[in-house]
Design a protein around this ligand. Structure first.
Ligand code: PMP
Length: 368
């Protein structure tokens, strides 16, 4: 076709059916009011000085990065006490998840589809990533308190199931899975089903019974852990995350790796944040303290909210969600509304959290 002339090139049929990823909106500017973005579960702290130094010290961007991110994997291996060979880095943990799906799930040669089970509601990217892989999404509704319905998820496993995604803490509702729950689930699932434990928010977890995905991976050949530098370490803009799994899986992940998915700068920044982990932890502690303040504040108002173990709280506002979203916007707070289901609000700067609590105090239709 000639440029400018009307023509259509169709995508793969599945692409037309994919939901659109609605990234967290920036706040609307309001005269005389500092605005805050509480819509993407980002870390409000600016980069650590050591991270900025690492970024500035890397002028060789005319060269490709190390495709295997060996320096970062070596650092992570000693940090987590796992073999460096079991770590596969990606452009964010979402990159690592997409790679897992592309490698292990999709459309079969006979045209039928593998199945990937995950809780719903959960991370918005799951239906998109699974759909794009060619596999079929099997969404299992959460329990009323925002937790995974692990019994129903185990019952949903068929001979077509290739993968199950567990999200702990669950985005956007907040509860964690316990070690006992995950062990019980793994005992029910065939060992050729890959169980992915998405721990994007694990840095913020304080529940002593919460599962530690790395411990599960140590005990189970079919368990895969997903972690990221986007949340606790605050490097969302650099896109670096990873999966941890055993060699019988990583041998294939090495084949499907997107070459150079992690940039040199992202790799060095991630290393710097591991080397200054105590400073990262200080910030995480401050955010966890703010989370406690917000949760206690909401409870004092009589609001019922699910266990909040990530850097966000879930407000089960139902049909009042859009109305509350407008009120937040008028306070220059960008939050994430999910239709008429509820709202997720990230724990941000102290003033942002205080303004959010003050808004909640004026709202009579909070979840009870
Ligand atoms: N998993 C979960 C549960 C998330 O909420 C997110 C980010 N919102 C991700 C994975 C992906 O994060 P990233 O690609 O930045 O590592």
């Amino acid at each position: 076709a000639v440029a400018g002339e009307a023509h259509t090139i169709s995508p793969r049929p599945v692409v037309d059916r994919l939901p659109r990823y609605a990234a967290g909106k920036p706040p609307v500017a309001i005269e005389g009011l500092q605005s805050y973005k509480l819509s993407s579960n980002e870390n409000p702290f600016p980069p650590l000085p050591s991270v900025l130094e690492a970024i500035a010290a890397h002028p060789n961007v005319n060269r490709y990065p190390d495709p295997l991110a060996t320096a970062l994997r070596t650092e992570l291996a000693s940090f987590l006490d796992v073999p460096a060979e079991d770590i596969v880095t990606g452009g964010g943990s979402l990159g690592a998840l997409n790679q897992l799906l592309a490698t292990f799930a999709g459309q079969r040669e006979d045209g039928t589809q593998d199945e990937v089970i995950y809780p719903w509601r959960s991370f918005e990217a799951y239906p998109i990533s699974v759909g794009l892989s060619g596999a079929r999404s099997v969404q299992v509704p959460l329990l009323a308190d925002g937790r995974h319905d692990l019994e129903a998820m185990a019952a949903a496993v068929t001979e077509r199931t290739r993968m199950v995604l567990l999200c702990t803490p669950n985005n956007p509702t907040g509860p964690v899975l316990s070690t006992e729950e995950v062990e019980g689930f793994l005992a029910k699932v065939p060992s050729d089903v890959i169980v992915v434990i998405d721990e994007a928010y694990e840095d913020f977890v304080r529940d002593p019974d919460a599962v530690n995905g790395v411990e599960i991976y140590r005990r189970h050949q079919n368990a895969v852990v997903l972690r990221t530098f986007s949340k606790g370490a605050g490097l969302a803009g650099l896109r670096v995350g990873y999966s941890i799994s055993h060699p019988h899986l990583t041998q294939y992940l090495r084949v499907t790796a997107v070459p150079f998915a992690v940039s040199q700068i992202a790799e060095q920044a991630a290393i710097a944040s591991l080397q200054h982990h105590d400073e990262v932890v200080e910030r995480i502690q401050a955010l966890v303290a703010e989370r406690t303040r917000v949760v206690e504040g909401l409870k004092a108002l009589g609001w019922a909210i699910p266990q909040a173990e990530g850097n966000f709280v879930w407000l089960d506002l139902g049909e009042n969600t859009p109305e509350f979203a407008v009120l937040a916007e008028q306070q220059a707070l960008a939050v994430r509304a999910f239709g008429t289901e509820g709202m997720r609000v990230t724990i941000g700067e102290e003033e942002a959290n205080s303004r959010f609590l003050a808004l909640c105090a004026t709202y009579t239709k909070g979840p009870r």
